[in-house]
Design a protein around this ligand. Sequence first.
Ligand SMILES: [Zn+2]
Length: 226
Amino acid sequence: MNLLKWNLAGKLFNRCFFLLWVLAWLFIFPHYVFGEEWVRVKWVADGDTIVLKDGTFVRYIAIDSPEIDHQNNIAEPYGYAAKEYNEKLVLSTKLRLEYDREKTDRFGRKLAYVFTENGVFVNQALLEKGYAFYLHSKPNLKYRDLLIKTQQQAMAHKRGIWKNLREKSEWYIGNRNSKRFHTPDCSWGKKTHPKNEILLTSAWDAFWQGYAPCRRCLSLGDLNDP
Ligand SMILES: [Zn+2]
């Protein structure tokens, strides 16, 4: 009889222990259990990069914002407007980070889609205001269609960087694989494999189709009238 009681008590203890163990995991590591991670921002580096409270750099996936002044670069048009808008979106809220196939870039920064507590998709919100352009980031293509569509709406309304876009060249070399476009005299553009090469008649068209400018031959300063 006593043995039976002990057995029952033992089973009950095991179950309780298991339940406590599960609850502990849920409370301590919710992002691990639900595949979600909630974080807070320490400071905003620019329109597409933030630094978390623990010092981790997070680069928003699939968008590129105009540069602000740093080291050898001078600010591009809308660089500071993009940074300020990013601050407005992320500084006073908890953020949920969502990942695609690559979790970090070659600089060790986390690559993420960022959502606020109110459900604002920050990467998309920056495109919506014309404070970033779509950056094809293979293999991270989870929201490609949504983001290109959002950019097209911003372009149609001539918001932000789309307001005074100007052409730097009569035509451009596009790379169908990397989705980058170059001026005809760019040495990188000239290396495009003929299989991937496409002629683009305007930067506007290139952006519209989801191509992004090569950082070597085209800056947003080149493509914007002051
Ligand atoms: Zn180029």
